[in-house]
Design a protein around this ligand. Structure first.
Ligand SMILES: [Zn+2]
Length: 407
């Protein structure tokens, strides 16, 4: 009740543009003092692009990237979970083989980033690594996998990726696969949640100490994972249906189940999941053609990549993007915080994977979130949980369970 009152008074002072809310001290100092992590960094997709150098400063308007070391420094981002993403292809042997190679190369690109810049990055595997790495002034690199499709039907590959540092895994992406149902498959659910192989994936992930990620999964699959997993699950980049009814978001009853089971949701900044955006068929068509041309980007020359980016800029000029706003993002965030609480909420903005809203198009703008949450009356301790402790607690629980099995 007192906190509610504090929040309302703070919101009032902010709305009236009165100087900083009395409940907060200097937001930038607080932000800098925290271990700040995002649980869904799609930046490894850029690491394999010829010509991209993560050590150099880029701008979104110039090359559409959202994360690099100078911007991480500017936004106080210490790191997080760097994603091995593989698009969903045919669920057959040939598809599995191609996807496995893509995923292994992506994992190697992450390792290469760390190995090439040992003074800047460090690989994190244990929950306590995050604080130690940040204390050394380095960037935290946990590895996660978005779409378990590349594992094929051979779960021993999960052990291989675990040995490469994998600590979080989401079974599906845009479509159903061998592990279960996606929230966005145009055909609808096939298994009504996890497939029998998906159940084995959950069991093996638990045994290894890998956190399970329900983002992109069908609600039934999220429920199955909550019921089956021995340790709490994460939604690494998701929103709320209460603000915008999209299959990628979860409703309050599922959110409450997640929280009751100890789970955590990290709030996504992917515009078309945040609010209804006007459709622009011309822009979609032009982007469709461009993305097809970008399909094999890893095998292009730096010049070819630059030419495609110039084409993309031209499309943006002719058919400007209509973006969701920072306020749209915060509406999701504040509702989720209200329902789930600060011990079960975090940030997973889908950087370099489609995330970004007006005023927050790259990680340099992350202090805006801290500033806004302090203005809403959330404390420094809440912020510490939101920016890192919650995800690390899940990792600790996953590893404690694996250790308890005494394999
Ligand atoms: Zn995603």
């Amino acid at each position: 009740m007192i906190k509610q009152l504090t929040r309302s008074l703070c919101a009032l002072t902010v709305a009236a543009s009165l100087s900083p809310c009395w409940a907060a001290t200097d937001p930038s100092k607080i932000h800098d003092s925290l271990v700040v992590m995002d649980t869904h960094l799609d930046t490894p997709a850029l690491l394999v692009q010829p010509g991209f150098d993560i050590m150099h400063a880029h701008t979104y308007s110039d090359d559409f990237s959202q994360v690099d070391v100078p911007r991480m420094d500017e936004g106080g981002l210490d790191g997080g979970f760097w994603v091995i993403y593989t698009p969903q292809g045919p669920v057959d042997e040939e598809g599995f083989e191609a996807a496995r190679d893509t995923a292994l190369l992506r994992a190697m690109a992450i390792h290469k980033m760390v190995a090439s810049h040992p003074d800047t990055f460090a690989l994190a595997k244990e929950p306590e690594d995050a604080k130690n790495i940040a204390a050394q002034g380095k960037k935290i690199v946990y590895i996660s996998m978005e779409n378990a499709y590349p594992l094929g039907e051979d779960l021993s590959l999960l052990d291989t990726f675990y040995k490469m540092g994998l600590r979080m895994i989401g079974p599906v992406h845009f479509k159903n696969n061998q592990f279960g149902d996606s929230s966005t498959d145009p055909e609808g659910p096939k298994y009504d949640g996890l497939s029998p192989l998906g159940e084995k994936l959950v069991k093996r992930a638990n045994e290894l100490g890998i956190v399970l990620d329900g983002s992109h999964a069908h609600d039934a699959l999220v429920e199955d994972m909550i019921a089956l997993s021995k340790t709490p699950i994460i939604l690494s980049h998701s929103g709320t249906k209460a603000i915008y009814d999209h299959p990628r978001n979860v409703d309050d009853s599922l959110l409450k189940k997640l929280v009751e089971s100890g789970g955590v949701i990290h709030v996504n900044a992917y515009g078309s999941y945040l609010t209804e955006l006007p459709s622009d068929p011309e822009r979609s068509k032009a982007y469709g053609v461009l993305f097809k041309q970008m399909g094999d980007i890893a095998n292009m020359t730096a010049e070819e990549v630059a030419a495609l980016k110039a084409k993309r800029k031209q499309i943006d000029l002719e058919h400007p993007a209509v973006r969701a706003t920072f306020e749209d993002y915060m509406e999701h965030f504040l509702h989720i915080l209200e329902v789930a609480g600060p011990k079960h909420t975090g940030v997973g903005a889908d950087w370099d994977g489609g995330g970004g809203v007006e005023r927050m198009m790259d990680v340099a703008a992350l202090p805006l979130i801290t500033e806004r949450l302090l203005a809403e009356g959330y404390s420094k301790d809440d912020l510490a949980d939101i920016w890192g402790n919650n995800a690390l607690r899940l990792l600790q629980q996953a590893q404690d369970y694996a250790d308890s099995l005494d394999q």
